[in-house]
Design a binder for this molecule. Structure first.
Ligand code: FA5
Length: 346
């Protein structure tokens, strides 16, 4: 090790002797003193391998040699009267170095499908509204024709909030459905009205591959004069065709929702097998995508809309389920897992 150090010193002093200009000076300085790749740095690393009893002696020799080379360099600079910009040297940035590039993020798949749906409805003259996630019992249930005693409350297992915790007197719930914005929208904007409301909903679910405690819906409401059930059917078919293609058909079957009369469950022909039957549609040929119906007169009244003058229909898409269908995702819980290995696929 000692011999190696002495050889290095001799070689360095010889090279310093031959320096004729600033460029050569800087090259030599770099060759010996560069922190990462300099000859001295390499040797100092080797010293770590030397046995404990010899290390202090070798360390001292190395230090001495380092000082000698440094002094010789300094002397050469003065002898040749070199003008070396040391700041520039210290701050030198190698622009050719490869750096790790920042990866750009992208919209969450739920947001992507939400935007796609919003665009479809905006093109049909609908406005997009928002509503509170922490909602009063009134807008989530009562105003929607579901009084406290009504058995339909059991259809949605709800997170009730103790009013004391939010310094209020009102009964609050985490909204179970975006239908909670129906009455708010009518009260604020009156009739006629075309509005969609995308947003998060919460239910006290035992979660599984198709059920989350937190999920997204997209609500729609159309109120006007002379709106009939057939208008609703035609409208839902148009939306389905815009979503899944011109040859898509829609099937409506009766379903009970307290805030519409009559109420339906809307299915579309499976966009993967076009109705023939496949794994996605569980061989039925149909995919369930929407709940809908004609707005109940009690709900119109709660929204200060006269049911003798106006009628309308409401619909609610399970937005998270639409995302699952679109991308063939077999476990809803992946969507909120925050797992980048999953999210980076979209
Ligand atoms: C409703 O929530 C009604 N508000 C829909 C509606 C609006 C009907 C307007 C009539 C008029 P339902 O509870 O069926 O309905 O939920 C609607 C959709 O939300 C379901 O079809 C499903 O796609 C989705 N959904 C419900 N619960 C969950 C859950 N726990 N996880 C994921 N998606 C869910």
């Amino acid at each position: 090790m000692e011999i190696k150090l002495k050889d290095l010193k001799e070689q360095a002093l010889k090279e310093i002797e031959n320096i004729r200009n600033s460029e050569e000076w800087q090259n030599i300085e770099n060759k010996y003193f560069s922190r990462k790749s300099g000859e001295l740095a390499k040797l100092l690393k080797d010293i770590k391998e030397v046995s404990d009893d010899l290390r202090p002696k070798i360390g001292a020799v190395a230090n001495e040699i380092k000082n000698e080379i440094s002094k010789a360099l300094e002397q050469k600079k003065q002898d040749l009267n070199l003008d070396i910009d040391e700041d520039l040297e210290r701050d030198f940035i190698d622009v050719t170095l490869e750096i790790e590039k920042y990866k750009l993020g992208h919209l969450h798949p739920v947001t992507q499908v939400q935007t796609e749906l919003e665009d479809i409805f905006k093109s049909m003259g609908f406005m997009v509204l928002d509503g509170p996630e922490l909602e009063s019992d009134y807008y989530n249930f009562e105003g929607l024709n579901i009084p406290t005693w009504h058995p339909a409350r059991d259809m949605q297992d709800t997170f009730y909030i103790d009013p004391k915790t939010v310094n209020g007197t009102e009964n609050l719930v985490m909204r179970t459905q975006t239908s909670s914005v129906q009455v708010r929208a009518m009260q604020k904007h009156g009739a006629p009205l075309r509005v969609v409301i995308p947003g998060r909903c919460f239910r006290n679910e035992a979660t599984d591959v198709r059920h989350e405690h937190t999920f997204y819906q997209l609500e729609g409401l159309m109120i006007d004069k002379n709106i009939s059930f057939t208008d609703m059917c035609g409208f839902l078919e148009t939306v389905a065709q815009k979503l899944y293609g011109e040859d898509t058909k829609i099937r409506l079957r009766p379903k009970y929702y307290p805030f519409v009369e009559p109420g339906v469950n809307g299915e579309v022909t499976c966009f993967l097998c076009h109705g023939k039957g496949c794994k996605l549609c569980k061989n039925s040929g149909w995919l369930e995508i929407v709940g809908a119906g004609m707005v109940h007169p009690n709900v119109l009244k709660a929204g200060n809309v006269d049911p003798d003058k106006y009628q309308g229909f409401a619909f609610g898409f399970g937005l998270t389920r639409l995302v699952m269908l679109k991308y063939n995702i077999d476990d809803i819980r992946l969507l909120q897992s925050g797992d980048l290995r999953f999210l980076n696929q979209f």
